[in-house]
Design a binder for this molecule. Structure first.
Ligand code: ZN
Length: 167
């Protein structure tokens, strides 16, 4: 299992670089990312969250419709609308906040065979993709909250971390 990096780890704030080779090594890494995501009960996990500053993420929103996917070098090519929705993050366990994001998006990228991938998404799937791409740009969901809400969550975070250390 890969170690999930938490808020405060500098790798979460780096701009991840493009993947230039899709090979067995990358496919194995994506498999490990899926396992890590499922065991942490997340619906998405970006490579920087396990300490690898590369443009890759995995997701499975488990809505019975969208298939699990690994996406390499994703870009948003279209976006419209806006919607607020609750988000959490495996790198900030215990925190949730309502984030405003585009309601409909079109994402392009590559799959693990190097084939072009184009996904039209709305609702939770769009939110998940935008959240994961933010990770590749060093952005966390708390950055998208109002300063007051962010301060509240950060102080909760400090409390949670203190309790964690005491255990
Ligand atoms: Zn996250």
């Amino acid at each position: 299992m890969l170690e999930i990096r938490l808020l405060g780890d500098p790798v979460l704030r780096q701009l991840a670089v493009e993947v230039d080779e899709i090979d067995d090594h990358l496919r194995r890494f994506a498999e490990e990312m899926f396992e890590t995501m499922y065991s942490a009960e997340g619906i998405g996990l970006a490579a920087p969250q396990v300490g690898v500053s590369r443009r890759l993420f995995v997701m499975d929103i488990q809505d019975g419709e969208a298939e699990p996917r690994a996406v390499v070098n994703p870009v948003i090519v279209e976006r419209s609308g806006s919607e607020r929705g609750e988000e959490g993050c495996l790198s900030l366990p215990g925190l949730v906040g309502a984030v405003e994001r585009s309601a409909q998006i079109v994402m392009e990228g590559l799959d693990l065979d190097g084939n072009p991938l184009r996904i039209e998404a709305s609702d939770l799937l769009a939110r998940c993709i935008l959240h994961e791409i933010d990770h590749l740009d060093g952005i966390l969901f708390i950055d998208r909250l109002s300063p007051i809400k962010r301060r509240m969550l950060l102080s909760k975070w400090k409390k949670l971390q203190k309790e964690e250390r005491r255990r």
